[in-house]
Design a protein around this ligand. Sequence first.
Ligand SMILES: Cc1cc2nc3c(=O)[nH]c(=O)nc-3n(C[C@H](O)[C@H](O)[C@H](O)COP(=O)(O)OP(=O)(O)OC[C@H]3O[C@@H](n4cnc5c(N)ncnc54)[C@H](O)[C@@H]3O)c2cc1C
Length: 420
Amino acid sequence: MNSKTNSNCKYILGGGISGLLFAFYNPDYIVISPEIGGKLSNEHIAGTVLIHDSLETRKLLSDLDIPLRLKTHVIKYFIDGKLKDAVNLQETDRIISKKMNCAPNNNLNKDKTLSYQDNYIPILDINYQTLISKLEKRIHIIKDKAIRITSDEIICETGRFPYTQLISTIPAPVFWKLYQQEKKLEALPITFVVSRTNPLPDQKIIWDLVYFGDKKIPYTRVNSMKNGIFLYEFTGKYEKNEIKKLVPGLKIINHWYDHYGIVKSNLNNIPPPKVRFLGRFATWDHRVKIQEVIKQSITQFDFVSVWNKQKDFNLNFFDFNVQDIDKQQVLTKDFALRLTDEVHELLSKINWKTEEYKTVQIDKSQILEEWIDVFKYWLGIGNVWGFSIEDFFTEFWRKSKIIDNRYKKFIKPKKQADAT
Ligand SMILES: Cc1cc2nc3c(=O)[nH]c(=O)nc-3n(C[C@H](O)[C@H](O)[C@H](O)COP(=O)(O)OP(=O)(O)OC[C@H]3O[C@@H](n4cnc5c(N)ncnc54)[C@H](O)[C@@H]3O)c2cc1C
């Protein structure tokens, strides 16, 4: 499905799996991308990218009429010259350190979110080509490449697109470069080598993925693909002749490197107003997997349903069609008092009185419950005055701009003056 117009001005940058999934669950958005499939267009990478068996991924398959096929992905560990089913914490640290090119126990330079402790992952057997072509048929796409992004416009090679909302799935360093802002985001390149050489020829054992922890073995992990093909991963950027020197017997069918192979997660990568980052490379968070992207894409709808659910409940107290200023004021007072009461309930769940410090046992589930209660009354006040979701977003961003300016003008200079 293709379209050139978008009266809503809602766009998704990037046609990889993240962009396609978001567009599928949010049909008022249009994808802008020079190509479709992104990383998954490479059949070898696609062979290593796993879709975990979760509620969201099952929902996706059902929504797309793709039959459910369960699979197990068996993981092994080769360390101290031996193949193991599991590793202890120290061995895990060695594997991570090797992959992240840093010394063991170096907490600064390590992405702790890399997980090496599973011996299998329950996954779904999915043909990515089928998935991508099914998604592609159900969404709107503009084939173009962004060359500059401003606070309200995406400038592409062949068109210009003013936006009110932008979901960026392109790698964060590319986004910030196009947005003309500096952000310090680190990554390590991975060199991929496709080969028929089995790294464990003598092991009569079933495996899909093996991590190699010994330093004298230059590759960090190997995926066993279909048809006797193996995908080797090396941390760093290597040419073919360098790989041949590093692993003399390795028969190289194909080789390439990915500049952003290993993302060093950075939680300070916060998007500008009107922009949302989605996917591992856009959020710059190594923990983000496809199933989270599906969840977040569906959540957009969830927010609307949360809004409507509360509005529906508040129908018990007033009629949205009736404008009764007196009643609206009474209800606002009532909701504001209840909200204040809930805020105090929330306070009672934490140790906020310094003289009674640490008398309350912190229970995050209780804090969550009180926080939601506060939210329900807060939403009720908006319902009383007939505010819409659009009113909420517009006012949120308008006010944010004022507060940011106030901070820059008054608070930041004072902080700087105090520091000198
Ligand atoms: C070896 C390896 C193993 C992995 N294993 C897993 C795994 O098991 N599970 C998992 O969930 N993830 C895994 N990942 C991460 C995985 O690649 C992603 O989760 C997923 O494929 C990323 O999709 P994406 O759409 O976010 O990004 P991409 O696939 O990178 O898509 C980005 C899109 O942006 C477009 N684009 C770029 N620049 C511009 C521009 N200027 N203008 C417009 N469009 C632009 C590109 O053309 C592309 O379509 C793995 C990655 C690697 C390298």
